[in-house]
Ligand binder design. Structure first.
Ligand code: ZN
Length: 433
């Protein structure tokens, strides 16, 4: 194996690749990869894998093969034409420690896109006066195509200097990080494993220490349909839904009671959030709404079980229904589609955490901040079910999942510097002849 290149040489090689990285990121963001429309973005990134000297492969998700595995989340949609993409660098005499570099391809809906300053899928690069940094706006620019571009940028810059990793490196572009994690689960189940996994989610150059779990569920309420003439005889399912929303808000308050919040989350304001995400009810302005389905998201702390949370939710729904004149006879039903994600912790003092913290320290001159997250990421599959240490370390972002999402390109460049040193240290490097 080769000695690691000097930091100043790495810095110059990374700077020389900056325009390439910005151009590739912009083109990738243009392929708006919301649920069900990931294919073009996947084809695009497979080409970039090949461009930097990796081989690429499309991996179909076989739902029957993963539906019994721990970590699986149930779905009511299809996986047709929605592959994961994997990239390989597999040197014949692998010497260092193997590594997965993983970044989900899916993005959340940009709606209402009319509120954006410009087209969410028409990326725009702006130097902002307030912080002097250069940012790229666009849905997915930050969450998380920008982070994924950092490892591609690092590998490309190392390649420009004549270096390749001395060990096996697997690039992963899974679908469905934003709704189930089934993409990452399928990759683990198919044997794409390694000694560590780095996921550059846009967490401002911090290192992820722990994350909450996330559960999706929906509550269906049936009312009594009548013409508005006979409103008095009808029961409006939309209005009855409010009974359940209020009851679940009370459960949220109790869940955040300081007495039950674990020490690791005591410093976080309101760590467990209930979100009322989608409400679908009624079908005619002059008909009393006969059915309403509300889709919720609820969090849970690391170490808490999904089945306990289900019990608490269902109990609360039952109790609220029991004291309602209509719902006591027509009780709401609770159904689970999407995230059934446990919380998880990452030991930053293990070999992988140490190597990453050291790479950050070498460039930035201090330890990275440790992040306690109130969202989930795909690291849980690697840490909890496949014994692969996994954490997040990625660029600075603003407004992820919101209007005018953006990623700092200057922060991406800093992350790329740290990653290039980390890859060199973890995998070792070989100089091409
Ligand atoms: Zn993300």
């Amino acid at each position: 194996m080769s000695a690691l290149p000097a930091q100043s040489d790495l810095q110059a090689a990374i700077l020389a690749r900056r325009n390439w990285a910005v151009e590739r990121l912009g083109a990738w963001v243009r392929h708006g990869s919301v649920l069900g429309q990931e294919l073009q973005a996947q084809e695009y990134i497979a080409d970039v894998y090949e461009e930097i000297g990796f081989s690429s492969r499309f991996e179909t998700i076989d739902i029957d093969a993963i539906s019994k595995l721990p970590g699986y989340s149930p779905v009511d949609w299809s996986y047709h034409n929605r592959p994961n993409v994997v990239g390989f660098h597999d040197p014949p005499s692998s010497k260092g420690r193997s590594l997965i570099l993983n970044g989900h391809v899916d993005v959340v809906s940009p709606e209402p896109s009319s509120l954006w300053t410009s087209d969410p899928f028409g990326p725009r690069v702006v130097k902002e006066e307030e912080d002097g940094e250069t940012w790229m706006y666009g849905r997915g620019a930050a969450d998380m195509k920008g982070g994924s571009m950092c490892y591609l940028w690092a590998l490309a810059a190392l390649g420009d200097m004549g270096y390749t990793p001395a060990s096996k490196v697997i690039l992963q572009s899974p679908i469905e990080e934003e709704c189930t994690g089934n993409g990452a689960l399928a990759l683990c189940a198919n044997g794409y494993t390694a000694d560590a996994c780095l996921i550059p989610e846009p967490f401002a150059e911090s290192i992820l220490r722990r994350q909450v779990g996330v559960m999706w569920f929906d509550v269906r309420i049936v009312g009594k349909t009548t013409h508005v003439l006979g409103t008095g005889a009808g029961v409006n399912a939309i209005e009855k839904s409010w009974v359940i929303i209020q009851a679940l808000r009370e459960l949220e308050v109790e869940t955040n009671d300081p007495d039950r919040v674990p020490d690791s989350y005591k410093d976080i304001e309101h760590p467990i959030n209930l979100n009322v995400g989608i409400i679908t009810g009624g079908d005619w302005a002059s008909t009393v709404a006969g059915e309403c389905v509300t889709r919720f998201r609820f969090g849970l702390f690391p170490g808490e079980s999904l089945s306990d949370l289900k019990n608490r939710i269902e109990k609360r729904v039952r109790e609220a229904a029991a004291v309602d004149s209509w719902l006591k006879d027509f009780p709401p039903t609770v159904n689970y589609v999407g995230f059934q994600a446990e919380g998880c912790e990452f030991d930053v003092s293990g070999d992988f955490g140490k190597a990453l913290r050291q790479a950050h320290g070498n460039w930035r001159g201090s330890e990275p901040v440790e992040l306690t997250a109130t969202c989930t990421t795909d690291v849980r599959f690697f840490n909890l079910y496949y014994d692969i240490p996994s954490t997040c370390y990625g660029p600075k972002s603003r407004n992820i999942h919101g209007v005018d999402e953006k990623v700092s390109i200057d922060s991406m460049q800093r992350v790329t510097e740290v990653m290039s040193s980390f890859i060199g240290d973890w995998c070792g490097l070989e100089k091409r002849g």
